[in-house]
Write a protein that binds this ligand. Structure first.
Ligand SMILES: [Zn+2]
Length: 241
């Protein structure tokens, strides 16, 4: 058969088939079209990119990837811890996982004070190469160039994920005497707290991209307090819900 004919029947694109004819090892690694875009002989990008960027933010905050059951089967679970206090965030996390892998189950497990949102797949480490032994702040966390491409196209989704997992928006009540009268003001501000300097750097780099002013208030804490910058974050993050 011609490449075109095989391509038509298998729905595998022609250039991939040609690549495989040259390099048989790639065929053994292949697990079916549409399964893992990173393992494809011609790696693509996870999609939808916005959902991926959001999930990456959640993962960098409160997510981890671990083996499920038998190590030999190499099935991984992506787990994200979501506080019970914010049911809206739990369903947003479920939706993001579902849109990234349509038709595959997402589990919500009760734990004390929070829920684990998880999904199993052999290829989570391909999508989140930051996976590794030990806690995130004890090792280097760097985005792969292809992840950087996505997050710079979708900085708001990434920041939304980061602030949803390790951030908060709160209002500082302030009392001031003006012309003999006490007035009450509220200053909303955002905090992002993480022990990893690398993850803090990923956060501030994307804040910079959007022209949002920030300050380090502690070694592990980024604060956004300047009014116009808070307003920018309010456009796509807002209070947890
Ligand atoms: Zn893969």
């Amino acid at each position: 058969m011609t490449y075109s004919e095989v391509s038509r029947r298998t729905r595998i694109n022609r250039s991939a088939l040609r690549e495989w004819a040259r390099n048989r090892d790639l065929v053994d690694k292949y697990e079916g079209p549409g399964d893992c875009v990173r393992c494809h002989p011609l790696p693509g990008l996870p999609h939808p990119e916005g959902a991926y960027s959001y999930l990456l933010g959640l993962y960098l905050g409160d997510g981890y990837i671990s083996y499920v059951g038998d190590r030999k089967k190499r099935v991984w679970a992506m787990r994200i811890a979501c506080a019970d206090a914010w049911p809206g965030l739990i369903s947003e996390c479920v939706d993001a996982l579902k849109s990234l892998r349509p038709g595959h189950p997402v589990h919500v497990t009760n734990r004390i004070g929070c829920k684990d949102v998880s999904a199993q797949w052999k290829h989570w480490p391909c999508y989140f190469p930051q996976h590794g032994p030990g806690r995130k702040h004890t090792r280097r966390i760097e985005l792969a160039p292809w992840q950087d491409d996505i997050t710079h196209r979708h900085p708001r989704s990434l920041l939304r994920g980061l602030f949803h997992s390790d951030g908060c928006r709160f209002t500082n009540p302030v009392r001031r005497k003006i012309a003999g009268e006490w007035r009450h003001y509220e200053y909303p501000r955002y905090f992002f707290t993480n022990e990893s300097q690398d993850i803090l750097g990923i956060c501030t780099r994307h804040l910079d991209q959007l022209g949002i002013e920030w300050k380090m208030t502690r070694r592990n804490n980024v604060s956004v307090a300047q009014r116009a910058s808070v307003a920018l974050l309010d456009e796509f993050i807002g209070p947890k819900y």
